[in-house]
Design a protein around this ligand. Structure first.
Ligand SMILES: [Zn+2]
Length: 322
């Protein structure tokens, strides 16, 4: 006879569920009070199938993670794509990747779906995924110990999270700190996903860098930012220029954001900065050219938590609510 799995004896109120809902996949983990990810699972989000499918993905992950344990969850922290009203745990707006996501009361639906897996008074905290990412870097990563930090994620798009006096700043319309839509010199010829021309995301994101490369007459066979990076490494001067100017736009926007916010640190994460010195050097040079003297010493640091940051931040927000 096959041995049955032995339940892991974790006392109630010692575990939270952290969830990171992305456009293609959802990651979930059980996290202890010290912020350690004890066990993690991922599943396809099924964003195109609508809110019920996404909530069912979260429920499925929670049940899988708890299957071998007798524990209940003391709380749930969720970071999700889209603009989120964190006070109610409801989606305000989202891209078309998520069918019918705007208006979804994620916190309430997850509470209902998890039912008996939660201790009776367990909080369910929902925030934007980049805000969760920022909280992770602030609690455990490159911004640990800083009173204020602007965390900017530069990948397919440009997202940001802002923490001041140790707390996330959401803003009156839930988009505080979103420098992706800051008007940025050098991006005037490119259209942003929000529909306007000249925003940082239009040139500074991976998609923007590739669009800029094409606008400079770059090789049409180069399909994306990864291709631009490879072409630059092979000596293609147009690719090198596209990276330089895309990175400089980020530095310029950071100088503008720093002027308003004066954060103790700026932390940069995501796939694009992984291009390396060819990206970081022109980004830093542009920041130094535009930032006033008092801001020149602002540390601009790479994130240290990688893909774990949103889960660790989501968990931290749940523990804080308990
Ligand atoms: Zn925009």
């Amino acid at each position: 006879m096959a041995a049955l799995p032995v339940p892991v004896p974790v006392p109630s109120r010692e575990l939270v569920l952290a969830v990171d809902i992305g456009g293609t996949k959802t990651a979930a983990a059980l996290v202890d009070r010290d912020g350690v990810l004890l066990r993690a699972e991922t599943a396809p989000t099924r964003a195109a199938e609508g809110p019920a499918a996404v909530i069912s993905t979260v429920e499925g992950l929670a049940r899988r993670l708890l299957a071998a344990s007798a524990a209940q969850l003391a709380g749930v922290g969720i970071g999700t794509a889209g603009v989120v009203d964190a006070s109610s745990g409801t989606i305000v707006s989202a891209t078309d990747t998520f069918a019918d996501w705007p208006g979804t009361p994620v916190a309430g639906l997850v509470r209902e779906a998890l039912g008996e897996l939660l201790v009776p008074d367990a909080p369910v905290v929902v925030q934007n995924d980049v805000d969760a990412h920022a909280e992770g870097e602030h609690r455990h990563g490159a911004a640990a110990g800083a009173a204020s930090v602007l965390v900017v994620a530069i990948g397919t798009g440009v997202g940001a999270g802002l923490i001041v006096d140790g707390a996330a700043v959401r803003g009156a319309h839930h988009v505080a700190g979103e420098i992706g839509h800051l008007p940025t010199p050098g991006a005037e010829h490119l259209r942003c996903p929000c529909g306007r021309a000249g925003h940082l995301e239009a040139i500074g994101s991976g998609i923007g860098m590739h669009a800029h490369f094409r606008s400079l007459g770059g090789d049409p066979l180069v399909a994306d930012a990864r291709g631009v990076s490879a072409a630059a490494a092979d000596g293609d001067p147009t690719a090198q220029r596209a990276i330089r100017e895309s990175a400089a736009a980020v530095g310029r926007a950071l100088a503008g954001a720093a002027t308003i916010l004066d954060p103790e640190r700026i932390v940069i994460t995501g796939g694009v900065p992984k291009i390396g010195d060819a990206w970081w050097t022109p980004m830093r040079r542009a920041f130094a050219a535009d930032a006033i003297d008092a801001l020149q010493s602002t540390p601009i640091l790479p994130g240290t938590l990688g893909d774990d940051a949103p889960l660790r931040g989501a968990a931290a927000s749940a523990w804080r609510a308990i």
